[in-house]
Design a protein around this ligand. Structure first.
Ligand code: UD1
Ligand code: CA
Length: 448
């Protein structure tokens, strides 16, 4: 095993009581997926050979969510952050590379920052690298004490710090990279003789210095190391995540009229020259091709939108809404599990579910695919170039042929052939002068 090998330890044994939730804190979603999975994905970019997650209560929830993507080690009882890291020993006792210690509730740390810490550890020959930051408000964070040559001397917990130490503005994020050849020996030397009666991970710095090892600091942006302990901090982290996503898409050639009102998912894919109006929400699994306009107030999830298409305002695309090229979906249209082929138009007030709409077909306002009988779902198939008149109910399963026309107001219960006219409504009749007679009679009754 070489020094360049990497192992990850993620602490997640804390109870997270401030979330007031039955769901484990690190499983609360950020950008549409559990915060822990953000961290795991970032970490995977560094190809670690080992990943160990330290858990306490709700172990089963974490196991189910992690689904074999990392080892799970139990810390019971929780005697502090140093004790927590020690729980990874069984998995890492022969590991001599770099061990990067992360926190499940600090999910926004970037790959670049992790890499920088690892590099300092390897090139700079530091045995312990601590990630520091300078927040606007230093609150109760641990403080990093540097010596004259800028090396890290020790970390003082806020509770244990004197006034001079509390005045230090360089804070401890908690994240640390330690050489695998030293970590567990350092942890074995910890005691809990402090204000919290806990085994502090932070004390490894002082112990390492006493052993003649080197300790260094890497400084991070405060947004990268923000911890999530409450719903309010979760919302703040979501804002950080969204702002990053908005910037990424704008840099890649997407116009956002009002960036702060557009919400992306971690996996949203958007092409170039796409324009997105205000108040648009993207759920999971969305792909938008080039040259698409998404007008204001659309809710889109699990959908593919082909190039040149226009969606909204006020449209809802639900899972498996698959729009081809140059499709038009207008206001108050909902589409679910349907293939809308190139150039088809569904411009107003329609529900299209479990359907195929052929290329170039025109779906009139108020058209509904009646796809469900309370037990099963059925398919509606609309042919290429078909014209569906306004206020049509297509009672599935039903098929309208290529080039067929359905008269407005029809309730269609059986198939219509290619190029046919399908109309199902009472025949229009006219009685001349009926209204004149009606008005005369009614007025006479009223006047009595
Ligand atoms: C810790 C640091 C502090 C730093 C701060 C950043 C220590 C002693 N102090 O303080 O310097 O400024 O983080 O937020 O490390 N955990 C376990 N098992 C335990 C205890 C904690 O897994 O026995 C996990 C928690 O789930 C949490 C993280 O470790 O995610 C931090 O623990 P917490 O008790 O919140 O430490 P702080 O007091 O915030
Ligand atoms: Ca904390």
């Amino acid at each position: 095993m070489s020094k360049s090998d990497l192992a990850i330890v993620i602490l997640a044994a804390g109870k997270g009581t401030r979330m007031k939730s039955a769901l484990h804190k690190v499983l609360h979603p950020l950008g549409g997926r559990p915060m822990l999975h953000h961290l795991l994905e970032t970490v995977d970019q560094l190809n670690p050979t080992h990943k160990v997650i330290i858990v306490g209560a709700d172990k089963e929830q974490l196991e189910a969510s992690v689904d074999g993507k990392a080892h799970i080690a139990l810390q019971q009882p929780q005697l502090g952050t140093g004790h927590a890291v020690d729980m990874a020993k069984d998995h890492l006792k022969d590991f001599k590379g770099t061990i990067l210690i992360l926190y499940g509730d600090v999910p926004l740390i970037s790959e670049a920052t992790m890499r920088q810490m690892i590099d300092v550890g390897q090139k700079d020959e530091a045995d312990v690298v601590v990630l520091g930051f300078k927040p606007q408000d230093c609150k109760a964070y641990g403080r990093l004490k540097l010596n004259a040559d800028g090396r890290l001397d020790k970390i003082v917990e806020y509770k244990d710090a004197n006034e001079q130490e509390r005045a230090i503005d360089l804070c401890n994020s908690g994240i640390m990279a330690v050489g695998g050849d030293h970590l567990f020996a350092l942890l074995a030397a910890l005691d809990n003789d402090n204000a919290s009666k806990e085994y502090y991970l932070t004390d490894v710095v002082e112990i390492a210095n006493k052993k003649g090892l080197n300790c260094a600091v890497v400084e991070a942006d405060q947004f990268e190391v923000m911890g999530i302990n409450s719903r309010s901090e979760l919302a703040q982290a979501e804002t950080v995540f969204q702002n990053k996503a908005r910037q990424k898409f704008m840099d890649a050639g997407v116009t956002l009229t009002d960036p702060s009102s557009v919400y992306f998912c971690h996996d949203t894919k958007i092409g170039q020259d796409v324009s997105i109006g205000p108040n648009v929400f993207f759920g999971p699994n969305v792909e938008i091709d080039n040259d698409v306009i998404i007008h204001a107030f659309c809710h889109i999830e699990g959908a593919i939108v082909g190039s040149g298409s226009s969606v909204g305002p006020f449209a809802r695309l639900r899972p498996a809404a698959l729009l081809g090229k140059n499709v038009k979906v207008g206001n108050f249209v909902e589409i679910k599990k349907s293939e809308i082929e190139d150039g088809a138009k569904i411009s107003h007030l329609s529900y299209i579910g479990d359907a195929r709409v052929g290329a170039g077909a025109n779906i009139g306002a108020g058209t509904i695919t009646c796809n469900y009988d309370g037990y099963f779902k059925y398919k509606t198939d609309i042919g290429v170039g078909a014209f569906i008149g306004s206020n049509t109910s297509l009672v599935a399963p039903v098929k309208i042929g290529d080039g067929a026309t359905v008269g407005a107001g029809s309730v269609v219960t059986s198939d219509g052939a290619d190029d046919a006219l399908v109309v199902s409504r009472a025949k229009q009749k006219e009685i001349s002068g009926w209204s004149t007679t009606f008005r005369k009679n009614q007025q006479a009754k009223k006047d009595k």
